[in-house]
Design a protein around this ligand. Sequence first.
Ligand code: AGP
Length: 606
Amino acid sequence: MCGIVGYVGRKNCAEVLLSTLEKLEYRGYDSAGIAVFDKNNIEVRKAKGRIAELRAKMASEGSPEGRVGIGHTRWATHGEPSDINSHPHSGGNVTIVHNGIIENYKEIKNMLISLGREFVSQTDTEVAAQLLDFYYKGNPVEAIIKAIRDIRGSFALGIIFRDFPDTIFAVRKESPLIVGIGEGESFIASDVTAILNYTRDYYMPEPDEIAVLSPYSTKIYGLNYNQLDKPLHHADWDENAAEKQGYAHFMIKEINEQPDAVKTTVVPRVTDGLPDLSECGITYDMLRGFKRINIAACGTAMHAGLVGKYIIEDLAEIPVNVDIASEFRYRKPLVKKDDLVIIISQSGETADSLAALRLSKSLGAKTLAIVNAKGSSIAREADMTIYTLAGPEIAVASTKAYMVQIAVMYLFAFAAAYANGAISEQRCRELTASLLEIPEKISEAIKLNDKAQYAASTLVNADSLLYIGRGLDYALSMEGSLKLKEISYIHSESYAAGELKHGTISLVTEGMPVIAVVTQKELEEKTVSNMKELKARGAYVIVVAASNILIESDVADYVINLGECDEMLSPMTAVVPLQLIAYYTAVLKGNDVDRPRNLAKSVTVE
Ligand code: AGP
């Protein structure tokens, strides 16, 4: 989704804005722009396309030379991607950048038109700029307070006022915003990765708090114009975490980071060989009290929830519902007081997941967030939070975040099962020990790189393919299919292997690729029968199989055998070749792997 940045300091502002915007490219965007004070004039440069196109435009039109300004990457919502609809937008004295959606923009626009104001773009953002200007009578903070009272929806705004050439203003509701503090300079940004090259210290304004950044000071005000004393946060991420470090793409770098990400996430949550979530506020006593669990999430995070369902039900014997968050929030879910609702999210800002969290709280359930981004809205609002410690995930296609989400699902399932008496202490210790060993197994799976690359070469020309599996393997095949389609743009569907005969098998024609996942011994025979049925109809079958599952040559065209691993934990190794297959297929097709078309990393609108 859109990204906003802003800078006040002594450096060349245009260059700082462009370099910080480049760090937000991963969020997904279709146009970019900046506005910089240049000798008291506000100079705007904007262009449809990538930041490289904006840079090219600035090279030909001239780059503004000031020290204060704001910038934006736009992911189109209101109005097509175009130079005119790109941010920044201006209204009279005011120029703004905006991440989010102003739901009542039509109402406000009509009111402003009736007062004689004219609009040049189709965006909701221009409406906010004009509204701010309408309220502006010489005091920017007062104008912001009045304007945000009128606005319904989500926003993080970076604002400059023509009369205040050394100051930027910012305010948020729902959409993320941080305020970075450096030596004699300060920043605003949609997330902290944007400013890591400049500073690691930052404030996190709450909704409706207004930040005022000037070269002399940075102040944050409440809606009553009262100055607030906010805690300063420090980003302790490795400096290189948001860099490619020699890898061709962030996605392959992040696939390779998975063993470490799991280690970092799991090791601190194990005490004396048993899972220990007490630091996150989850005690064994508490775990005994949950009668039902609901998991709500989107996309890959929802797929991690599906793995959670299989293992929590299997081990802890607690019924688990998994919902797509956008469905959960509108289907009047039967959530009760003794229920636990788990929200899984990498970004912690996904609009539907946040809404599902709020709904669950309003229904009286206890809520647990499994979140990667520290201090994000979902993490802050949930009753309890388990942070996945994967570091920043930059590629739009989620890999290491999924891996650590399922690692946490395992820790949770083991703890809940032990708390309920559904498994013995001995079994809990064995499972926990296997989880502690899993980083090595993931490293072995990453060595299947060449096999995955070969499998990918057989898929590049496919129009469509199927992923199949049963049980945990079905949950996994859903993730494999999503990964492939989001970056390779090849249509694929995942199917429970036993369901194919009920309709979908009619799609199979000569040469159609099918990727089967077979890691569960108990289900081996059944899935293999389904593979035979597919092969008999001409399918080209690739199989990802556990080490103890022997696939005969008449059943599959290409076999990727995993190393040894506790069957219960197999999703953590089996997902790796699926990620690699998706990655190499996209690379072979020449796609923009880290920034696939139409997608955004953090989906902050419904
Ligand atoms: C994953 O590859 C996707 N890009 C997407 O499905 C993502 O998992 C989903 O949008 C949820 O995001 P979140 O984890 O930040 O809530």
